[in-house]
Design a protein around this ligand. Structure first.
Ligand code: F6R
Length: 364
């Protein structure tokens, strides 16, 4: 089905408050996967607690996290959350090649939900050759086979989900590995708090909460027929913005773009000058956090006046005490919003045929 953005700015095609219309379009069960994130996070923390990390893995000089798409974002979340605490640099790698610094002094977290992503498998072999201390996170596939063969610690998470819907498994097990490797303090309390916050949010953002008071439904309505542009402060809010973009791409099957403040104040803001018609096609979403630097808060306000040509400008505020809870709360509003936006476009949120097509063409 083709969608013309102008045709999509009038009346909404379905009522997001009608449970029947939701059920009829969600054949792949994405709503239950999204709603299950709090229990998935608790389970992930449990699973990770049973994994033994050998003594020689502790206190490495640097950390790399390797993965693609839904299996890469967990690395960004760990990196941005732990950056101020961890003395070792952490790099997130999305691709076939690994950096020159990777050695036996490296802790390498290899993450692929399916276990069969070629970039990750190629990078695994290179990490192995360099003697990096590898941990594999997967639900099975070739990565699990390799880890077993090589005697590498394996974090086996439940299968049957879309990788992007396994965020709790992939992110929290990676966080636990970094903790077990002695690089950060115990995060159990933060995980507990984050799960409580997410549980509360299911009631607030889930389908039984009406659009009138449901921020995710309202944002989906604003994004409908528009191109979402998500702006967030550098650090963990920016990682949440990337997650929003990818969830909108994969669940809602539309374009979405993101950038971080302050960097975008030095280039992208200038782009909000010409092309008035295009600006009207953009829906701006600011991800805000109570811990943001006061100068960043001021930048948000000034940036608002610069992007005023957008169809709408929306603030999403994080919730919770810990950075972990605040990060996951920002992500959760976007996960639900991308789900509702898919329904407005009349698409099943779950399948990602284009990704499967690419993988099958590459396999030929
Ligand atoms: C699909 C998704 C994708 C995959 C990516 C890598 O839901 O999120 O971005 O994560 O194609 O595949 P895996 O995660 O199996 O390594």
């Amino acid at each position: 089905m083709q969608h013309d953005f102008k045709a999509k700015t009038g009346e909404l095609p379905i009522d997001l408050d009608n449970p029947d219309s939701i059920a009829s379009m969600d054949a792949g069960g994405m709503l239950s996967a999204i709603s299950g994130l709090p229990s998935q996070c608790r389970e992930a923390w449990e699973i990770a607690s049973t994994v033994t990390i050998p003594a020689e893995y502790r206190n490495r000089e640097n950390v790399i996290s390797i993965g693609m798409g839904g299996s890469a974002i967990g690395g960004d979340l760990v990196r941005t959350l732990t950056a101020s605490e961890m003395n070792q640099p952490m790099t997130v790698i999305r691709g076939y090649d690994i950096p020159g610094f990777v050695s036996d002094k490296t802790l390498a977290i290899l993450s692929s939900y399916s276990g069969n992503t070629e970039e990750t498998l190629t990078a695994y072999e290179s990490c192995n050759k360099r003697g990096a201390k590898i941990v594999a996170i997967t639900s099975g596939g070739r990565l699990a086979e390799l880890a077993r063969k090589d005697g590498v610690p394996l974090v086996l998470v439940p299968s049957g989900l879309q990788p992007r819907a396994a965020l709790g498994y992939l992110f929290l097990t990676a966080l636990s590995i970094v903790q077990k490797a002695g690089l950060v303090t115990d995060k159990s309390e933060d995980v507990e708090e984050a799960c409580d916050v997410l549980e509360q949010l299911v009631g607030v953002l889930g389908p039984s909460s009406p659009a009138e008071v449901n921020q995710s439904k309202r944002l989906a309505m604003h994004m409908f027929g528009r191109i979402p542009v998500i702006y967030a402060a550098v650090g963990f809010p920016a990682a949440a913005a990337l997650r929003w973009k990818c969830q909108i791409n994969e669940n809602s099957k539309t374009h979405a773009f993101w950038n971080e403040i302050p960097e975008m104040n030095h280039n992208e803001t200038v782009g909000w000058s010409a092309l008035d018609e295009i600006q009207k096609a953009l829906c701006v979403i600011f991800l805000r956090d109570k811990g943001e630097h006061p100068r960043i808060a001021k930048r948000f306000e000034i940036t608002k006046s610069i992007v005023k040509g957008a169809s709408s400008i929306n603030d999403v505020h994080s919730l919770g005490r810990s950075e972990l809870a605040r990060l996951l709360s920002l992500i959760y509003v976007g996960d639900f919003a991308s789900f509702y936006l898919a329904l407005l476009y009349g698409v099943d949120p779950t399948p990602v045929k284009v990704i499967e097509f690419l993988k099958s063409e590459l396999a030929k």
